[in-house]
Each structure stands twice: as C-alpha cells, then as structure tokens.
Ligand binder design. Structure first.
Ligand code: FAD
Length: 551
C-alpha cells in the first residue's frame, strides 16, 4: 500500500498515473479507513485523500476553523475533531455501543425521526465492526445479555425496568498497544497495493458532470496551496460530521447551492450530544458509596472493559415524550501514572495465569513494569473496598439524544481558509426537551439510589427544571448534516448512502444519521461504513468490469 505526501508532488505536474482510481475516498477516520480496508486486496483501485499528515500540524489544524453563532461550542477544534491520518480516532476515548432499536423508529413525539431501516438490519455489520474496533462483541452486549456473555451475576436490586434499563458501553482495545484502536495504525498492516493514501491532500471541491447527475473528479490541495484534479467516477466523503456537509456546500460550481442540496437540506439537522454532570455525590461519602455500586460497576470480559450505566426505557420515552438518554457514574480519580486502569492489569494477570497470548512477551511486559503493576493492583484492591486515597469525587453524568431540528445548521461564511475553502458557520441549537430528558433520567436514578440509602444531590438546573448551563457543549459527535431518507425531499442520501440524484457520490460517517440516539457514534459509523463498502464492491465492480457476454 503506497502512502504519499502530496507536498512531495512536483509543482505544476500531472498526477502520477497510479493515483488514477475507481474510487476516491476522502478522509481516513474510522469511516474512510474501514471502507479502504474492506476494499483492500480487491480489484478496484482506490485513492484516499487525507487532509492531515502523519503528525499534527498547525497549518492543517487551521483548516478546521469554524464561526459559531449558536449554542456555545468547544473553541479548540482539535479537542473535538482531529485533522490527521486516522482522523479523530487519534484521540478518541473508545467508548462503543450500538444504537437502541427505538433510535431508528419513527416516533410521534420526535419530529423528523425514523431511519429507512431497522436496527436488526444492521446487526451483521455491527458484528463485523468488532474486528475493526477491537471489541469482544459487536452486538448483544449493551443490555442484560451481557450477563450470559460475561459469566457475571446479574445484580439483585435493580431500578424499575419501566423507567430505567441497564446499559453497557464497551471500550475499544487495541490488542497490541493496549489502548483504544487508532485507525492510523491500520495503514501499515491492513491495506493492500490497490489502496493509495495521499496525506496533506485536502479535498476542496467535488466536480459533478455538466448535467449535475454524476461525479467526475475531486479537486484537492497540498498545505502550500498547490492544486490537482483527481478524476473519479465514485467518490466517498468521509470527512466527519462537519466537513462532509461543508464539502457538499463548497462544491457549487455546477449546482448553485452545492451538491445534493437541491432541497436545501445539506448542513441542516446538526445534532451532537448534550453531556455533563447531573448530580454529585458528597465528597466525604464518595469512597463509601462506590463500594455499594454493584449496579454501576464496570465489568471485564476478556481484555475489554464494559462500563455499566442505565438508559431510559422505551415505555417511559413514549409515555413522557422523552428523548433517549443514558446515565452513568463517573469516578474522578487522579492516577499517579495514567497508563493503565486496574481492570487492564487484572486482565493481563488473568491472561498470563491462563497462559493465553504470548507467554514470553507477557512475562517481559509484566516484569518491565512491575512497580506500576503492583501499584495498580493495590489501587484496585483498595478502591474496591472504598478506601482509595486517589478518588477525588464521584458524579452522575448523563448524555441525551437531540431533537432533529432543521434550524440547527451549518452554512458557509464568506471568509476563506488559507486553501480558499469557505469557513463553516455553525448555528447549533439545543432544546428544552433535551434538558427535560436529562432531568427525568436523573430523577429516576436518584429515586432508585435513595432506595439503596444513597443520597446524591442533583445539579441546580436539574432541581429547578431549567435549561442546562452553557458549560455543556458539543461532545465531538457532530451528526445529521447529510441525513439519510428514502424520500429525496426529506434527506440528502438514500438508504445506500448515495447522494440523491448524483450517481457515484456516497457519504460515510455520522452526518448520514437521521437521529443521534444517546450512544457514542463510532460503532454505528463503522457498521454503516461496512455496509457502504459492500454496496461499493457490488456497484463499482459491476461498472469497472463490464459484462463481456453482452458485448
Ligand atoms: C477527544 C475525543 C474523544 C472521543 N471519544 C469517543 C468515544 O469514546 N466513542 C465514540 O464513539 N466516539 C468518540 N469520539 C468521536 C469519534 O472520534 C468520531 O465519531 C469518529 O472519529 C468519526 O469518524 P469519521 O471517520 O466519520 O470522522 P473523523 O474521525 O473526524 O475523520 C475524518 C477525516 O477526514 C479528514 N478530512 C476532513 N476534511 C477533509 C477534506 N476536505 N479532505 C481530505 N480529508 C479531510 C480529516 O483530516 C480526518 O482524518 C471522540 C472524539 C474525540 C475528538
């Protein structure tokens, strides 16, 4: 797999012949890299354009500038999206979960809700996503099914299931490096010679044919501004939730308001996840409280950690017209060395004792860091008894889905970045329904905790039924700006993630989600990318290899 830096291309030169491709993918985050990996080793030639380089660079970061005119957003864009090989997987936390069934349903109390397929249609792709994300299971782990999978006993005292259901998030784990999977690492091992990645190559414009019904090329630039045109009859935008919409809007040379924007939907319905602390346990009690948390305690299965929380039941969402939400206990700890969690250490120890994995390598690793490991074990034992000196606080944190709102949107300013691309203007809206959903899930949880004799004072805004404070900002999950719908008047892409009315233009990533659910988006992004890769293999291979019997 060749990997080239566009800065090294000769000035004013034609593109090297081997960049000619059947498919051009834009972006190497989880969406783009998954598709590239799936197409690797096949007969289709794929060129992947990545705006970032192998390392973070100031000039490239500057391309992510936004102008914000809505609810306050995180200002430093690096904290919410990484313009670098591997995309935002470079700094993500690795918390994964599939959406709930209700998230894909059409709900009367959630305008514009409803996906064009059901969650069950995605299960095979969620299962395949496990391999890409370093998960023990791709589906069936985020509710009570975990007990059978893990061999752990179900807690006896549980909240009222008509209100709260168990929820598990599974943490991604790179089996070699021990942290979350970073998609840039897959470049070396997983991509074959039919895939070429070009770094420092920012796509500026997707050119449509004169009729505007198909794509024909992508214009891209190096960091120094030199430009090239890459012919491609199939283009897959995987630039993330903000950049996918931006690129469509900037591609306005053939169609006035941008590609796929005939119905003025591109950039609308911008969602993210309001997420924050909703209640705080008294500090003096935190250490004692934690020992009672069978219900919220993380479990490990093999090498993966499963964080236990709660989510709103579908019944209560219906009866109280709430948005889907989840809640969990967050331990605020100060680790002397941030390398590993106690669960990591126990897993390694178990594996080592079981004789799983590479004995010599494990032994060497264990001995090399013996001091830290003893420290970790001590921390683990102590913290489980509720005596840990390192526990600084304990909160209930929650996260909710947003109302799809056409006025919550991304447009373009007249200002341009240093490559000449118009800078996005973001008017992100939040709603009282989101605050009410967070309040209700907090109240149900606190009510349940009080039956266990645990007091947990809620945040002022929760107590007063007010809007959440503007310290709750976007959570690095931009969603919905090129939403999927069967009906071209209601969405930008069709059920196959192809832009309505434009042959060969596809989109991967959370920008195609019609609703945002409460779950972190990446597992769904990867599942949809796998589904899209299957579509591309079928459709593009058919075009690239004409049926000779018909000639
Ligand atoms: C700090 C942090 C923590 C997170 N934690 C979690 C978590 O625990 N769980 C979870 O599910 N999600 C988490 N996320 C979000 C997660 O990283 C994203 O959902 C995921 O990376 C999105 O994948 P993507 O491929 O769609 O986009 P991205 O990862 O954003 O990748 C897009 C790629 O496209 C490139 N690009 C953009 N525009 C262009 C262009 N014009 N031309 C060429 N290339 C372009 C970018 O450089 C980038 O490499 C976190 C994100 C951050 C920043």
């Amino acid at each position: 797999m060749p990997i080239l830096d566009s800065s090294a291309f000769a000035a004013n030169s034609d593109l090297p012949e081997f960049l000619r491709c059947d498919i051009c993918i834009i972006g190497t985050g989880p969406a783009g890299m998954t598709i590239a990996r799936e197409l690797s080793g096949g007969s289709l030639r794929v060129t992947v354009l990545e705006s970032g380089g192998m390392q973070r660079q100031e000039a490239t970061d500057a391309l992510s500038e936004i102008e914000n005119i809505g609810w306050p957003r995180v200002v430093d864009q690096w904290l919410v999206r990484n313009r670098i090989l591997g995309g935002s997987s470079s700094t993500w936390t690795g918390r994964c979960a599939p959406f709930d069934e209700i998230d894909l349903e059409r709900r009367d109390w959630v305008p514009y809700s409803g996906w064009p397929f059901e969650l069950s249609d995605l299960i095979p792709y969620l299962d395949r996503s496990a391999n890409y994300l370093g998960l023990a299971f791709g589906s069936g782990f985020n509710d009570d099914r975990i007990w059978a999978l893990s061999g752990h006993r179900k807690p006896k005292v549980r909240p009222d299931p008509a209100k709260l259901l168990p929820m598990f998030w599974q943490y991604s784990r790179d089996p070699i490096h021990g942290d979350s999977v970073r998609f840039a690492r897959q470049v070396d091992t997983e991509l074959g010679p039919n895939i070429t990645i070009v770094t420092n190559a920012t796509a500026l414009l997707v050119n449509a044919t004169r009729s505007g019904t198909a794509v024909e090329s992508v214009e891209f630039a190096a960091v120094d501004g030199r430009r090239w045109v890459l012919p491609a009859r199939t283009v897959v935008l995987c630039g993330g939730g903000i950049e996918n919409a931006r690129l469509l809007l900037c591609s306005d040379n053939v169609i006035k308001d941008g590609l796929g924007n005939g119905k003025d939907i591109v950039g609308r319905f911008l969602m993210d996840h309001p997420r924050g602390t909703v209640a705080t346990f008294p500090t003096a009690e935190a250490k004692a409280v934690i020992s009672q948390f069978h219900i919220f305690r993380s479990r490990t299965v093999g090498a993966n950690i499963f964080h236990h929380g709660m989510r709103l039941s579908p019944e209560i969402q219906h009866s109280e017209q709430l948005l889907n939400s989840a809640i969990w206990v967050r331990e605020h700890r100060v680790w002397t060395r941030q390398r590993k969690s106690p669960e990591d250490f126990l897993n390694e120890l178990t594996q080592f004792l079981r004789g799983d994995g590479n004995f010599r390598q494990d032994l060497r690793a264990t001995l090399a860091d013996a001091g830290l490991r003893v420290h970790d074990l001590k921390e683990n034992i102590i913290s489980r008894r509720g005596l840990a000196g390192k526990l600084r606080g304990l909160t209930l944190d929650a996260m909710c889905e947003q109302l799809p709102n056409p006025d919550s949107r991304l447009t373009l300013t007249d200002r341009r970045d240093h490559l000449g691309m118009r800078i996005p203007r973001i008017d992100w809206r939040v709603s009282a329904d989101e605050a009410r959903s967070l309040q209700r899930i907090t109240e149900f949880t606190v009510e349940y905790l009080s039956t266990l004799g645990i007091e947990c004072p809620v945040a002022e805004w929760v107590r007063d039924g007010a809007m959440f404070p503007d310290t709750i900002r976007d959570a690095a999950h931009p969603t919905g700006t090129t939403r999927m719908a069967d009906d071209p008047t209601r969405g930008v892409v069709d059920i196959h993630c192809q832009v309505h009315g434009i042959e060969g233009l596809f989109i991967g990533g959370s920008s195609v989600f019609p609703t945002s659910g409460h779950a972190n988006p990446t597992q769904m992004i990867v599942a949809l990318a796998l589904r899209l890769a299957d579509t591309l293999k079928e459709r593009v291979a058919a075009v690239a290899s004409p049926d000779l019997s018909r000639l």
